[in-house]
Design a protein around this ligand. Structure first.
Ligand code: APR
Length: 258
């Protein structure tokens, strides 16, 4: 069945019905929600991992073996892109849902800080954050905006090498982030899954935890993912930046005017 504009309206109206009655919705977001902010995804068309092998530049062993290469090939470019990136209507839509008392928490796999910049107040950074760097020797934290890239790899005042506070492949998810994400997923009545390819664990377990606890799963992605056939109750096929404003409009039509 070909999806067209007419077909699109219905799912959005259905999603608005569900969300307008939700009391404790949670969002799980991935790189896709930041694509319309100019940050490339990791997989699929124009994905970063289509160009560079993640095991060579985004695995902790690769970083510890050769931090200069990882800084040069990956981190410097990430800094340039993230320095100028700004939230888009996808991020703003989640802030609106929070202000309407519908959304409680955002679990994000993104390290770009755009949810917080948009105004989301409860964000679990499941894969850490690029906003800070830590010294491998003295563990001192330095704001990424303060890091001098004249020297690669950049160094701490103690002489130690700096690494971003993002979770590299081969590293554990911070315990607080993991436990809290499992708790809010088990407690939510609706989970909005936005812009993730559902390929990286353990983040990809959260919709299943939510579903097993009775939650309704709404997925927003221009393409079907492994979630679409396995856990999503309602896929909305399209970009987050165009779907979220239409979803909020449909939800507001259903809420008593304040
Ligand atoms: N709106 C919504 N979704 C989009 C958009 C958009 N405008 N553009 C692309 N997408 C979808 C793609 O179809 C894809 O399914 O976003 C998804 C992005 O998938 P990935 O690039 O694999 O990103 P993600 O799922 O967040 O990756 C998980 O992998 O590389 C690691 O640590 C990294 O956090 C990352 C993790």
């Amino acid at each position: 069945m070909a999806l067209n504009h007419t077909t699109m309206i219905e799912p959005i109206e259905h999603a608005a019905d569900i969300l307008s009655k939700a009391k404790s919705a949670v969002a799980l977001t991935g790189a896709g929600i930041s694509v319309e902010s100019g940050i490339p995804p990791f997989r699929g068309k124009g994905g970063l991992w289509e160009k560079i092998d993640p095991m060579k530049v985004a695995h902790i062993d690769a970083f510890l073996d050769d931090p200069a290469t990882v800084w040069n090939v990956l981190i410097k470019d990430m800094k340039t892109v993230l320095d100028t990136a700004r939230p888009n209507p996808g991020h703003a839509g989640l802030v609106d849902l929070e202000r309407l008392g519908i959304l409680k928490t955002v679990i994000t796999q993104n390290v770009d800080g755009l949810h917080q910049m948009a105004g989301s107040s409860d964000v679990i950074e499941f894969h850490g954050s690029f906003a800070w760097q830590s010294c491998l020797d003295c563990n001192r934290s330095i704001e990424t905006s303060q890091v001098d890239l004249a020297q690669i790899p950049p160094r701490c005042s103690c002489g130690g090498i700096l690494r971003p506070d993002c979770i590299f492949f081969g590293e554990m998810i911070p315990r607080d982030a993991l436990v809290r994400s499992q708790q809010v997923s088990a407690a939510c009545d609706v989970m909005l899954v936005i812009g993730t390819s559902a390929t990286v664990q353990p983040a990809a377990t959260m919709p299943f935890i939510a579903k097993d606890s009775g939650a309704f799963i709404i997925e927003i992605n221009p393409e079907p993912t492994p979630f679409t056939s396995r856990v999503s109750d309602l896929p909305l096929l399209g970009g987050a930046g165009s779907i979220m404003p239409r979803l909020l409009k449909a939800i507001r039509r259903r809420l008593p005017s304040t």
